[in-house]
Design a protein around this ligand. Structure first.
Ligand SMILES: Cc1cc2nc3c(=O)[nH]c(=O)nc-3n(C[C@H](O)[C@H](O)[C@H](O)COP(=O)(O)OP(=O)(O)OC[C@H]3O[C@@H](n4cnc5c(N)ncnc54)[C@H](O)[C@@H]3O)c2cc1C
Ligand SMILES: *[C@@H]1O[C@H](CO)[C@@H](O)[C@H](O)[C@H]1NC(C)=O
Length: 524
């Protein structure tokens, strides 16, 4: 199976995933068109409150910690949190509630997907300030976890674009949480809390004005120091007054070669511009990163990409993950005939994951997004190569604000990581996805050891692991990476202790990492 994985995927997995997706879309359509009722929001929230109060009435020994009933396979997280051990509360809220164009705020229910809100906003000339590249991510999931995108060097993490959260707490009360109201502490701790402080039932998000196209320039750069320096310069990490492009990202193809992409909003309405429109997301087009790679040879170029296609540019190849599943997937004939079947849906892949497959993805693949300060960009590329040896690597910058005592689980950036004169430091997302070189070459690869070395580097430099991916830390190491002081206070103040799992227990892999590591050491 492993040797002919591509054929297996194409003959079985893609068609099945397609049917699965059609069913899922039909289900969503039914939910949306038959049950969509923004005006019933309050009523629906009252039902959730009632369910939580009912849990409170149970005898103490029967009260298992609560979580939402959204099946784990629908979540984009690579871990499989065991919901069956929890008391599940149905939070079925999927409507867009209100668009306030004057204050540039959209109010949504938590299960509205990025794709749905983007469709809704773009036709009106707006987009979320932080629009994730993955259409299936949900507005609520991103708010309770973390979101970061190629616009983040301007606005920071997804949480910076949240104006308010409506939360049902452990005792069933509904509270409105804002930065400057009496629930400021909770406002700081809800991001990165993964649903361990309360149920989110609505949120208000900042939006930005957009134009229909992105003018994207591809800049190939040779030499690690050169592309790292250029990213620091373009992101505004060195000077808070620098004019920065709207979108900024780099794809690193080897230690010495990267293509930097600089994009600005545009109308693409001038004659010369219209000829340069490229519909990169169409099914027959080359995978986006392959297209980007061609600029290493041609010396660069620029084009106009319809905004929606730009935002979902990495969707069809799930960055570059699909290549490991379908090695011939980018062949022109394959694309022309079957390209529309890609990508296999993450929900389908998760739905059909057996323990064996899970163990394999856990030990033979790497799937990590990591937040690190721009000051260690070069070092992080070296370390990623040493430990994982897989390219391409994704890089895009993001502001991390110093909110002082209200920084929540993140620590304020260190002095040398701050942008001079600003109240933020410039960090970046290091995205490492794929099959490690050692696994490809059929050499021995110790995933636990490699990941633990990576995490040690992250902690040393005040960075953070995204918690949707597998973590390999002990509880003590987790506490070192995240500042849980205010979080623990909120757990007590808002009655979450005993009512919701603890953050570490919620996000740690359901597999015993240390056991896997020990077994590996014994058998090799
Ligand atoms: C290939 C790939 C690439 C990725 N790249 C990026 C990237 O570049 N940038 C980025 O920011 N992210 C990236 N991600 C991560 C992705 O954005 C996260 O998984 C994110 O959390 C959104 O997923 P979701 O909507 O499925 O949330 P979920 O996983 O469903 O939810 C996230 C957490 O919030 C909790 N939660 C959800 N809804 C509620 C609610 N109503 N009340 C209380 N708690 C709730 C859940 O229990 C969970 O712990 C990537 C993921 C993949 C698979
Ligand atoms: C985008 O805008 C920035 C800042 O104004 C400018 O330096 C850059 O050249 C522009 N790039 C493109 C591709 O339009």
């Amino acid at each position: 199976l492993e040797d002919n994985r591509g054929l297996v995927v194409v003959l079985f997995c893609l068609p099945a995933s397609f049917i699965f997706d059609v069913c899922l879309r039909f289900r969503n359509w039914v939910i949306r068109y038959l049950f969509s009722a923004p005006h019933q929001h309050n009523e629906r929230v009252r039902t959730i409150q009632a369910a939580v109060r009912k849990w409170n009435d149970l005898p103490t020994e029967n009260r298992r910690p609560m979580c939402t009933s959204r099946p784990n396979w629908l979540s984009l997280s690579t871990t499989f949190f065991q919901k069956k051990d929890c008391h599940q509360i149905t939070v079925s809220l999927f409507d867009i509630l209100n668009l306030d164009e004057e204050n540039m705020i959209v109010k949504v229910e938590p299960m509205v997907s990025v794709r749905d809100v983007t469709d809704y906003l773009i036709t009106r000339g707006y987009a979320l300030a932080v629009t994730l590249e993955i259409g299936d991510a949900t507005c609520g999931g991103l708010a309770m976890a973390v979101g970061m995108t190629t616009y983040s060097h301007k606005v920071g993490l997804y949480q910076e674009a949240v104006v308010s959260y409506d939360v049902v707490t452990a005792d069933g009360s509904l509270i409105h949480v804002e930065r400057d109201n009496e629930h400021e502490d909770l406002f700081s701790c809800l991001p990165w809390s993964h649903g361990t402080l309360g149920f989110l039932v609505a949120l208000e998000l900042k939006i930005i004005k957009v134009k229909p196209y992105i003018h994207l320039q591809y800049i190939p750069v040779k030499g690690k120091k050169n592309y790292c320096d250029k990213m620091r310069l373009l992101s505004g990490a060195l000077d808070k007054l620098a004019t920065t492009p709207d979108y900024l990202e780099a794809t690193v193809f080897s230690k010495d070669e990267a293509v930097i992409m600089v994009g600005n909003f545009s109308y693409a309405d001038k004659p010369g511009e219209m000829g340069k429109v490229n519909n990169v997301a169409r099914w027959y087009k080359p995978w986006f990163y392959k297209h980007v790679e061609t600029f290493l040879r041609t010396g660069g170029g620029d084009e106009y990409i319809p905004l929606q296609q730009y935002l979902l540019r990495h969707n069809r190849a799930i960055f570059w993950v699909v290549e490991a599943m379908i090695p011939f997937g980018n062949h022109p004939i394959f694309r022309a005939l079957l390209g529309w079947l890609c990508p296999p849906k993450p929900a389908f892949l998760k739905f059909t994951t057996t323990p064996g497959v899970r163990a394999m993805t856990f030990t033979r693949q790497v799937f990590q997004d990591i937040v690190l300060p721009m000051t260690v960009l070069e070092k992080s590329i070296d370390i990623a190569e040493d430990l994982f040896d897989t390219y391409p690597i994704l890089i895009y910058p993001c502001r991390i604000y110093d909110h002082g005592v209200n920084s929540g689980q993140l620590r304020p950036p260190r002095e040398d990581q701050m942008c001079p004169g600003a109240n933020y430091g410039m960090f970046y997302d290091l995205g490492v996805y794929g099959v490690p070189g050692k696994v490809k070459r059929k050499e021995r690869y110790d995933s636990v050891k490699a990941m633990r070395s990576m995490e040690s580097f992250i902690r040393q430099h005040g960075g953070y692991s995204f918690l949707y991916a597998d973590i390999f830390m002990t509880k003590e190491e987790f506490h070192e990476m995240f500042d849980l002081t205010l979080y623990e206070q909120c757990r007590v103040k808002y009655g979450a202790v005993g009512a919701f799992p603890h953050l570490y227990d919620k996000v740690k892999p359901e597999i015993n990492v240390f056991e896997v590591g020990r077994t590996w050491a014994e058998t090799n």
